[in-house]
Design a protein around this ligand. Structure first.
Ligand code: PMV
Length: 317
């Protein structure tokens, strides 16, 4: 039997992280320069039902049954079997490789889930459509992250820029003019679940202040959507700066992230902000296309451990 392989990209949240957990809109884009890949092949010599997992980047090389029942791989396989109404698997080997930095706000977990669900369902002869892939990846995100909005699994499954409101059909964005992002990794790993829980605790303590910040962010997200659709991308810069200020007030920035945001602006970026859960992970800088390289070097000088330059291509939505 041949191997079945599938890929999924990383993602970046352009506007609206955290507020999206509270029903406000957000905008996310795929980042295809880094990817997760899953391949599944039959193991005819192994006992029926044995699922062998290999994920060298996270040091996994074991039988699925050896993992705790709440491990994301267990949740994913159980969820898939239930969705396909299959009660047992043939013996198989699944290999996961990913170039997406882990715990860095780029959606590595959701990308692994999407790639694995696609490869495994194709191997079983029941390839899932995008809607079911995204829904199952969301189940894994929920078990892993607590209260995810669903934006990561959605943008990673559809691999298109989108405008997202929790529990509503998402909207593919019309991108009138391409724009260039430099994504810079602070090198500080951070847990999205912890960042989201921190915001929740502060929101509970000061609901009015936090609701006002979420509202402020919603206005920025809607202005950004119009700007992307009407095609003057440099106008997104000030909106990113304002979004960053609101995130800072919410307590999800950090000295490392602030240093990178500042360095990007000084080197000529039109705007910059953290992306994802924050308190570590990556920043995004919106850059004049011809200045991408200079700004990326300035970010490395300011302490970034790596940069990715990604062009959001024009699309009709
Ligand atoms: O840190 P990431 O890439 O998983 O992004 C999380 C985005 C949040 O808005 C903070 C949480 C969510 O589920 O939307």
């Amino acid at each position: 039997m041949p191997a079945f392989a599938a890929r999924a990209p990383a993602k970046a949240i352009l506007f609206g992280e955290h507020a999206v957990v509270y029903g406000r809109p957000a905008i996310a884009v795929p980042v295809t320069q880094v990817q997760a890949r899953a391949s599944v092949m039959a193991e005819p010599m192994a006992p029926t039902g044995r699922v062998w997992l290999e994920a060298p980047e996270v040091g996994l090389n074991c039988d699925l049954d050896a993992l705790p029942v709440d491990h994301p791989a267990q949740i994913l396989v159980r969820g898939l079997l239930q969705a396909l109404a299959i009660d047992h698997l043939p013996a198989l080997r699944m290999r996961i490789n990913s170039t997406i930095p882990i715990a860095a706000g780029l959606g590595s977990g959701a990308a692994v889930s999407v790639a694995a669900l696609r490869a495994l369902s194709a191997f079983l002869g029941h390839p899932l459509d995008d809607e079911r892939v995204s829904a199952l990846a969301f189940q894994v995100e929920k078990a892993y992250h607590g209260t995810p909005s669903g934006i990561d699994n959605t943008v990673i499954t559809y691999a298109r820029p989108l405008y997202f409101v929790q529990a509503q059909p998402f909207e593919l964005l019309k991108v009138a003019e391409p724009f260039t992002l430099v994504i810079a990794d602070s090198g500080v790993t951070s847990s999205t679940a912890a960042a989201v829980a921190g915001v929740r605790a502060r929101w509970q303590a000061e609901p009015e202040r936090y609701e006002a910040l979420f509202e402020e962010i919603a206005v920025l997200v809607n202005a950004a959507k119009e700007t992307i659709e009407s095609g003057v991308p440099e106008k997104l810069g000030p909106l990113m700066d304002e979004n960053q200020q609101a995130l800072q007030k919410m307590g999800v920035s950090s000295p490392e992230l602030e240093r990178l945001v500042e360095a990007a602006r000084k080197a000529g970026a039109w705007g910059a902000k953290l992306s994802g859960g924050g308190q570590g992970g990556n920043i995004l800088a919106l850059v004049p296309p011809q200045q991408g390289e200079t700004i990326a070097s300035a970010l490395i000088q300011a302490g970034a451990v790596r940069t990715i330059t990604s062009v959001v291509q024009a699309s009709s939505g």
